[in-house]
Design a protein. Structure first.
Length: 287
């Protein structure tokens, strides 16, 4: 449904240059908004997929520090997930961990059900789980692998979001993890970078679809970040060089990425929708 683009949302008015703020109807709001001291997400319920380690873990800890209760979904790393749960709880919030392969639709539905039965609501969804498998030739990239990568990295975001929507009230936020590879390409991660591009388009379209529900949808596209995804995907030499080709000549740490998610999750970004933040060590990309 196309929206009528222009309608009267304030009284007709006109002033002489340079204009007087106090005569405007309404008067522009310029006093700083109430901000934290640590309570930006107080009593919010946040789901972070892949929150056991890396970027998701840093996001879980920062959100907890700001007062959110956390649900972490993870693939198989129970020991790490339990440790992260312990760290999250040190901020005085509740934290549940949910194991399960989100490349399967039924598991995505189960994650949402578990959160609702534990917390009764969801306010923030961070779609962040992801894996990649290197392959340097399209001719060698099997259809099975292509489907697996899309099920793992893209369908999971779609399903988690789909099953969460009925529980998301006005003011809720969804944040999707894309990647710098969606913008600059990656010759050895053809399928992965394509999922990250799909995530951008999904973010943009969904942000428009959900405006009328008062739910904002944005994305983060990290550059090279030092996480288990990296050491478990690349060879020893590549891991030793990882990130050195970025403008800042280093990889980022997960806690340098997490503040982008906090910004998009909180009301600080209340006028931002369908956009992408780029914590990527200074690489200038279009979009
Ligand atoms: P990470 O390995 O620490 O986190 C990814 C997590 O996703 C894992 O802990 C795993 O439990 C979870 N996961 C993967 N597949 C899953 C599945 N099918 N079901 C449930 N959970 C699953 O690595 P990370 O780098 O923090 O990755 C987080 C996100 O950031 C990913 O989407 C990744 O593509 C993206 N990203 C990472 C980088 C980087 O350089 N590290 C750069 C750009 C984007
Ligand atoms: Mg992990």
């Amino acid at each position: 449904m196309e929206k009528e683009r222009k309608k009267k949302v304030r009284p007709e008015q006109k002033q002489r240059r340079p204009g007087m703020e106090n005569n405007m109807k309404p008067v522009p709001e310029t006093t700083p908004r109430p901000s934290s001291g640590g309570g930006k997400l107080k009593n919010k319920i946040a789901l972070i997929t892949g929150g056991d380690s890396g970027i998701g873990k840093a996001v879980a800890l920062l959100f907890a520090k700001e007062g959110a209760h956390i649900a972490i979904s993870y693939l198989s790393e129970t020991k790490e997930a339990k440790h992260t749960q312990k760290l999250v709880k040190q901020y005085g919030v509740n934290c549940i961990i949910i194991k399960g392969d989100l490349s399967k639709e039924a598991n995505c539905q189960k994650v949402i059900k578990e959160i609702i039965s534990e917390f009764g609501q969801i306010d923030i969804v961070v779609n962040n789980a992801g894996l990649h498998w290197e392959c340097d030739s399209i001719e060698k990239l099997s259809s099975k692998q292509l489907l697996k990568t899309f099920q793992n990295n893209f369908f999971s975001y779609f399903w988690i979001t789909k099953y969460a929507i009925p529980y998301l009230a006005k003011g809720s936020t969804i944040i999707n993890t894309s990647s710098v590879t969606a913008y600059r390409g990656s010759p050895s991660l053809l399928d992965y970078s394509a999922t990250k591009g799909a995530i951008i388009s999904f973010t943009r379209s969904l942000s428009l679809q959900l405006i009328e529900k008062g739910i904002r949808v944005n994305a983060v596209a990290p550059g090279p970040i030092w996480t288990p995804l990296i050491v478990s995907s690349f060879d020893r030499k590549k891991n030793s060089e990882f990130g050195s080709d970025s403008p800042m000549e280093r990889a980022g740490m997960p806690n340098e990425v997490a503040p982008s998610y906090l910004f998009l999750a909180s009301q600080d970004s209340s006028y931002i929708n369908g956009q992408v933040l780029h914590p990527n060590g200074g690489e200038i990309i279009n979009g």
